[in-house]
Structure formats: C-alpha cells, structure tokens
Design a protein around this ligand. Structure first.
Ligand code: 0O2
Length: 211
C-alpha cells in the first residue's frame, strides 16, 4: 500500500476523527505493552495511568484562530499538532525519560519534536515532557501518517498542571499576581518533592538489591 501525507486527501471532520482515534488506539496499545513488559522484567510499573483524547473541534478552531489560520480541515491537520493527545502519568521523573526512550525506539514511530519542560520549565512553572510523534495508520487502500502529541509527567506535575489549567481557564489567562506567584512557588515545591521521592525510591531499590 502507498503511504500518504495526512494533509492530502482528508476532507471531513469525520475522517479526521477516525484517523486520530485510530492513531490514539495504536499508541495506547503500544504503551500498555511496554508497561506490561517492564512489569515482567523489572517487577515494577513505570506508568500510573494513561489518558487519551481527540481535541474538541471548537478547541482546534480556537487554536487555529489564535495562530492566524483559517478554519479548514487542511489547516487543522497541518498546523495543530495536538489533535490527538495522550498523557502518560508516572511516579518518578526517571520513569519519564525511560518511557520517552522506549517510545522513540519503536521503528514505526517517528519523533518529530521534543520539548523538555522538565529540564527547561515554562515561566509559569509548568513541567512536563512533550513529544510530537507520527505513526502510520493502515486504511483499506492506503497508509496515512498521523501526528500525536505525547505528554509525559509525574503524578505531582499532573496535580499542579491540572489546577493551574483550571485557574487559568477561570481567569481567562489573567489570574491575579498573587495567585500566579503562589502557583510558581507550588511548582518549585512539586519539583523538590519529585526529586526527594526519586532519591528515596533509589535508596530503597539499592537496599532491595543487596538482599
Ligand atoms: P489544552 O487545553 O491542554 O489542550 P503547539 O501545541 O505545539 O502548537 P505550544 O504552545 O508550543 O503549541 O505547545 P507546548 O507548549 O509544547 O504544549 C501545549 C500543551 O501543553 C497545552 O495544550 C497544555 O496541555 C500543556 N501546557 C503547556 N504549557 C502549560 C502551562 O503553563 N500550564 C498547563 N497547565 N499546561 C500547559 P493547549 O492546547 O495549550 O491546551
């Protein structure tokens, strides 16, 4: 079968929805398999849970508008990288990099961009590891390469990001100064907590290794 760039030949929202849902199903299964294998080999579960969603069409249109693009199907698939999004929540920061590497090593997954907001947190204090990847979806008469945004973060980072997102939504991005300061401080506490929990876990693993 021939391979197609996703921007060719996609004309309706139904087609977009079908393709991105298919890509999400595939990547979710891949991640489940990696987690099960990891559990088998290392007796330990790197992933707490996984959430997948196709972005609501209203949110896609809003994003296009924000970036100065007309709302066409072509522009959606060309310029919006997170139509299909998957969030992987793990316990420890070290798991994030392990999972990212396992995903990158898969032959049919092409990593398009990586943004490491753990090494380089956003000004808000936001921490997370983002990858835009592309993977082939097999249809009856062609193969379509579909983009998926993968966000990988710890439980603590997710706790912070969820509340911050809710607050920014409520204040339409213009939260009062003291709230933003408090959020930034909390983000530092989250980073500190993650570092200490990781260290504790490593100490425990070292002790277990001696027995
Ligand atoms: P929503 O409602 O979560 O879908 P791009 O998406 O690549 O075109 P950008 O801004 O360069 O644009 O992407 P980035 O920064 O890699 O990731 C964007 C997504 O990361 C956001 O999606 C959020 O989910 C998350 N994110 C980024 N910064 C923050 C932050 O400061 N706080 C929180 N809570 N989440 C953040 P959307 O589409 O903006 O929103």
């Amino acid at each position: 079968a021939s391979s197609t760039n996703i921007t060719d030949d996609i004309n309706t929202w139904e087609e977009v929805n079908l393709l991105y849902n298919a890509a999400l199903k595939q990547i979710t299964t891949k991640i489940e398999i990696l987690n099960e294998e990891f559990q088998e080999v290392h007796r330990y579960n790197p992933i707490e849970h996984v959430k997948a969603r196709v972005k609501a069409p209203e949110s896609i249109v809003k994003k296009l508008k924000r970036n100065g693009y007309e709302s066409t199907i072509g522009n959606m698939v060309r310029y919006v990288n997170d139509i299909a999004g998957i969030r992987i929540i793990c316990s420890f920061t070290s798991d994030i990099y392990r999972i990212a590497e396992m995903i990158s090593n898969q032959k049919d997954i092409q990593v398009i961009t990586v943004k490491d907001y753990i090494m380089n947190p956003k000004n808000s204090g936001y921490r997370s590891y983002h990858m835009i990847v592309s993977l082939p979806v097999y249809l009856s008469d062609r193969i379509v390469n579909v983009k998926v945004e993968i966000q990988i973060r710890t439980v603590a980072m997710d706790f912070w990001a969820s509340l911050e997102h809710k607050i920014q939504y409520k204040f339409e991005g213009k939260a009062p100064g003291h709230i933003n300061e408090e959020l930034t401080e909390c983000a530092e506490m989250v980073a500190n907590l993650d570092a200490r929990m990781l260290q504790l876990n490593e100490e425990i693993l070292a002790i277990e290794g001696e027995h």
